[in-house]
Design a protein around this ligand. Structure first.
Ligand code: NAD
Ligand code: MG
Length: 402
């Protein structure tokens, strides 16, 4: 039995992971489930999967959950923990084999790191871990022989399209293999749907609502990443994520708008070959891939009907309209704490937009002005990353007051 700790079990990725586990219950056990404060959903998941541990970061929620679990004979034995530190404990517990890192935002950083330090197989959905502290995270993966497998659909597709020998070694010892170009790779083609506002004019964008921004044409996701898809900050964060996962520079990564979201990304080679991974847009495919790797197993996703798809379209991204994408490339080129600053300012701005405090078009402005105001430092410790994160949050919040 393989024990999986699902960090962020009640979210979109967490729920899809549990769906895959329910189809593969002879091989995988949901050993721990964690959530921020959604008592009802975590309680239901505990009834369905009876994990050894349930964690609620919020203390009151943990008490409520513990009460509910006590009343049920089947769930009485589940141990309930609370507080953010419990996430790190779960992620590094000796009984855990795989950690699904599916907490949204910077809140997921510490537990992803804990999993890396404990040498786990990390199924990484939380892209913010790599964006904020890619150098430290990749080093921790390497030093502790952790296995890092990308869940983000594009990165999972790139992983599947990369030279096999590179990825086998890459998952274990990461960036020590030399340049991608030594393996014949010319470019990573990172696909993007373009989100719900691909064809809206700049003037229309200033009036869009949170619900419109969250209505993604192809994917069902949490609200934060849905807004990021609409601004294309999500693609920007993914460019940075890809640079760490695959030891690539900003120039090695080309964003390609592909509205159907059938090709999940591609890798082009110096002999003229382009390898792509295709499938229905359903996160259970990358989740099952990373769980079974290097084997394959059923995920519950329907086979792609290529005749129904019929057409695949591509276009270049418009950096004038999708300012966030440009800012993310800037942050990657600047290096150091710049991506952590970008990420934190974006989290504050997206939260303000979701709470209807600012317009959609102000998200990019808040991020850009925060980046302009702060000095970029070299990342040589977690403290440097966390202090850049905090400074950027303070600055973005100040900008929101004005
Ligand atoms: P979501 O909002 O649906 O779920 C987030 C989960 O994190 C929930 O279980 C929630 O309880 C937990 N959480 C939230 N704040 C927390 C905190 N402060 N401390 C501890 N736990 C907290 O998000 P999602 O769409 O599932 O995305 C999760 C991560 O996966 C994000 O980093 C996202 O970028 C990435 N991702 C998601 C998708 C997708 O299809 N949903 C695709 C690619 C990557
Ligand atoms: Mg993605």
């Amino acid at each position: 039995m393989i024990n999986i700790a699902i960090l962020g079990a009640t979210g979109s990725i967490g729920t899809s992971t549990l769906d895959v586990i329910s189809r593969q219950s002879d091989r995988f056990r949901a050993w721990a489930l964690t959530a921020n404060n959604n008592v009802e959903r975590l309680y239901q998941q505990c009834l369905d999967f009876v994990p050894a541990y349930a964690v609620m970061v919020d203390e009151n929620s943990a008490e409520q959950l513990a009460q509910k679990l006590k009343n049920h004979p089947e769930t009485q034995e589940i141990r309930v923990l609370s507080g953010a530190a419990a996430l790190d404990k779960i992620a590094s517990d000796p009984d855990v084999d795989y950690v699904m890192a599916a907490i949204v935002g910077a809140a997921g950083l510490s537990s992803s790191m804990a999993a890396a330090h404990a040498g786990k197989r990390i199924l990484l959905a939380n892209k913010e871990s790599l964006v904020m502290s890619g150098a430290l995270f990749m080093q921790a993966v390497k030093d502790n022989n952790a296995v890092l497998l990308p869940i983000d659909s594009e990165h999972n597709a790139i992983f599947q399209s990369m030279p096999g020998q590179l990825m086998t070694a890459n998952s274990a010892s990461s960036r020590q293999m030399g340049s991608l170009h030594d393996f014949g790779v010319e470019k990573i083609l990172l696909t993007a749907s373009g989100g719900p506002f691909l064809n809206k004019s700049l003037s229309e964008l200033s009036n869009v609502t949170p619900d419109q921004a969250c209505a993604h044409p192809n994917w069902e996701m949490g609200r934060k990443i849905s807004v990021d898809s609409a601004t294309m900050m999500n693609k920007g964060l993914e460019v940075i994520e890809a640079s760490w996962l695959f030891n690539a520079t900003a120039d090695d990564i080309q964003v390609v708008i592909h509205p159907q979201s059938v090709i999940h990304s591609m890798v082009s080679y110096n002999d003229g070959s382009v390898l792509a991974q295709l499938g229905n847009p359903d996160m259970r495919t990358p989740i099952a891939h990373a769980m079974a790797w290097p084997e394959r197993m059923a995920s519950g996703v329907e086979q792609l009907d290529i005749f129904q798809v019929a057409q695949l379209n591509f276009q270049a991204p418009d950096f004038e309209r999708f300012v966030c994408l440009r800012l993310a490339y800037d942050a990657l080129r600047l290096g150091g704490t710049a991506p952590a600053i970008l990420n934190a300012a974006n989290e504050v701005a997206v939260d303000a937009f979701l709470n209807e405090k600012i317009a959609f078009t102000q998200i990019a402005r808040v991020v850009e002005q925060t980046m302009e105001r702060l000095t970029v430092h070299n990342v040589n410790s977690m403290d440097v990353v966390l202090s850049a994160d905090q400074q950027a949050r303070n600055t973005a919040n100040e900008l929101l007051q004005n």
